[in-house]
Design a protein around this ligand. Structure first.
Ligand SMILES: CC(C)(COP(=O)(O)OP(=O)(O)OC[C@H]1O[C@@H](n2cnc3c(N)ncnc32)[C@H](O)[C@@H]1OP(=O)(O)O)[C@@H](O)C(=O)NCCC(=O)NCCS
Length: 370
C-alpha cells in the first residue's frame, strides 16, 4: 500500500453535480461562464439540487421556501449574543449551524423529503446567521430577513440595515454563483465523508465549514486581503512580492490543485473588481492585484484562483475582511448540500487505508518498568 499525499489525482467518487474537465468548470453540464453571465444564484441552487434549471414557477416556489425558512430561532440569536465579540467568524458559523440542528425537530429524519427541506433551511439561514453576528458583535440588534429579496440582496440588507445599491446586489449574486460548487474540493469531501456514515445533514455541513475555514481553502480570500492591507499601496507591491518570492513564501490566492492553466472563475472576479473600482473612482486595490498577478505569474507561472480577486471585490462592496470566508460558505452550502443528497442516494461508507510508517514489533513494557 502506497499513500498518495493529499490524495492528488485520486478519483474518490462519481458525481453528476459539477465537473472540471480540461480546465473548464461546469455545474450539471452548464459552463460556469454562462451561469456567471446569465443565471441568478437561486437558479444555480435549484440546478445543483435538482439537476435542471428551474422554470419560472419552480424558481418562485424555491424562493418562497427560502423566505419561509430564512429567520433563525431566537434561541440561536440569544446564544450568539453570548459568543465573544472577537470570535473567529467561521468558528461562529460552525457553532451556530450546530446549534440550529438542536432546534430542528427533523434534524435526524433521513427521508429524502426532510433532507431537501433541511438543505433549503441551511441555504436560507446561513446568510441570516452571518449578518446577525456581524451586527451583534457591534452591539446592534440583528435585522430580520425580508421576504421577496434574493439571497444576495437580503444578506447585504441584513448586514447594514439599508437597501443595498443594485450594482452591489448584482456583484454579490455573481460572486455567489461563482463559488457555489467545485467538484470534490476539501470541504465538500469532508461533508461527504461525514454523511457517508449516515450521520445527519447538519453534521455534514458543520464538517464542511470546518474544512473551508483553513487558509489553504476558503480562508485564502481573507489572507489575500490581509496581504493587500499589509502592502498598502501600488508603489510597494514590487518590493513586497519580490521579497516573498525570494523567501519562497506562498502568495495567497495563487495556485490550485486541479487548475494548472488558470481558474476559470478568476477572470469574472477580476472584471468585477475593475468595474467596482471604476464605479468607486478608486482603482488602487484592482491595480495592486493585477500587478501582483503580473509578478507571480511572470516569475512562478502560478495563476490566480477564485480567492484572489474576491478579496478586492468584497472590500469594495464594503464588507469586513473576516466575513469573506463566511460569504464563501453562504454560496458553497448549496454545493455541499447537493453533494450530501447525492451521497445519501448512493451511499457507501468512505473508509480509505493508510500506509503505515510507524515502528513495528514493539515489545510491551509494563508501566512500572518504563
Ligand atoms: C491551492 C493549493 C493549496 C494547492 O496545493 P497543492 O496542490 O498541494 O500544490 P503544491 O503546494 O504542491 O504546489 C506545487 C508547487 O507550487 C508552489 N506553490 C503553490 N501555490 C503557491 C503559492 N500560492 N505561492 C507560491 N508558491 C506556490 C508550491 O510551493 C510548490 O512548489 P515546489 O514544487 O517548488 O515545492 C496551493 O496552491 C496554495 O497553498 N495556494 C495558496 C492558498 C490558496 O490560494 N488557496 C485557495 C485555493 S482555491
Amino acid at each position: 500500500m502506497t499513500a498518495t499525499k493529499g490524495l492528488e489525482g485520486i478519483v474518490a467518487t462519481t458525481s453528476s453535480i459539477s465537473s472540471i474537465i480540461d480546465g473548464v468548470l461546469t455545474y450539471r453540464g452548464y459552463n460556469i461562464d454562462d451561469l456567471a453571465e446569465y443565471a441568478t444564484f437561486e437558479e444555480v441552487v435549484y440546478l445543483l439540487w435538482f439537476g435542471n434549471l428551474p422554470n419560472q414557477d419552480e424558481l418562485s416556489e424555491l424562493r418562497e421556501r427560502i423566505d419561509e425558512f430564512a429567520a433563525i430561532p431566537s434561541a440561536v440569536i440569544e446564544q450568539m449574543k453570548l459568543y465573544p465579540s472577537n470570535a473567529n467568524t467561521m468558528a461562529v458559523l460552525r457553532s451556530a449551524i450546530s446549534a440550529l440542528a438542536l432546534y430542528d425537530g427533523t434534524a435526524n429524519d433521513m427521508s429524502r423529503e426532510a433532507n431537501v427541506d433541511k438543505a433549503i433551511k441551511l441555504q436560507a439561514q446561513l446568510p441570516t446567521i452571518i449578518a446577525a453576528f456581524a451586527r451583534i458583535r457591534e452591539g446592534k440588534e440583528p435585522i430580520s430577513p425580508k421576504a421577496g429579496y434574493s439571497i444576495a440582496n437580503n444578506f447585504l440588507y441584513m448586514l447594514s440595515g439599508e437597501e443595498p445599491e443594485n450594482n452591489a446586489v448584482v456583484a454579490m449574486d455573481k460572486a455567489l454563483v461563482l463559488h457555489a460548487d467545485h467538484e470534490l474540493n476539501a470541504s465538500t469531501f469532508a461533508a461527504r465523508v461525514t454523511v457517508a456514515t449516515l450521520s445527519d445533514i447538519y453534521s455534514g455541513v458543520v464538517s464542511a465549514v470546518g474544512a473551508l475555514k483553513g487558509p489553504l481553502h476558503g480562508g485564502a480570500n481573507e489572507a489575500v486581503m490581509r496581504m493587500l492591507e499589509e502592502i498598502g499601496s501600488l508603489n510597494r507591491v514590487d518590493d513586497y512580492i519580490q521579497q516573498k518570492l525570494d523567501n519562497k513564501e506562498k502568495i495567497m490566492g495563487f495556485g490550485h490543485r486541479v487548475y494548472k492553466n488558470g481558474d476559470p472563475r478568476a477572470k469574472h472576479l477580476q472584471k468585477m473588481s475593475r468595474e467596482l473600482g471604476n464605479m468607486k473612482g478608486n482603482l488602487e486595490l484592482y491595480e495592486m492585484s493585477t500587478r501582483i498577478e503580473e509578478l507571480v505569474t511572470g516569475q512562478k507561472g502560478l495563476k490566480p484562483n477564485v480567492d484572489f480577486y474576491s478579496a478586492s471585490v468584497y472590500t469594495m462592496l464594503g464588507i469586513p475582511r473576516d466575513l469573506f470566508t463566511p460569504i464563501f460558505a453562504i454560496s458553497r452550502v448549496s454545493g455541499w448540500t447537493a453533494h450530501i443528497l447525492e451521497q445519501y442516494e448512493n451511499n457507501r461508507i468512505i473508509r480509505p487505508r493508510a500506509e503505515y510508517t510507524g515502528p513495528s514489533s514493539q515489545l510491551f513494557i509494563p508501566i512500572q518498568e518504563r
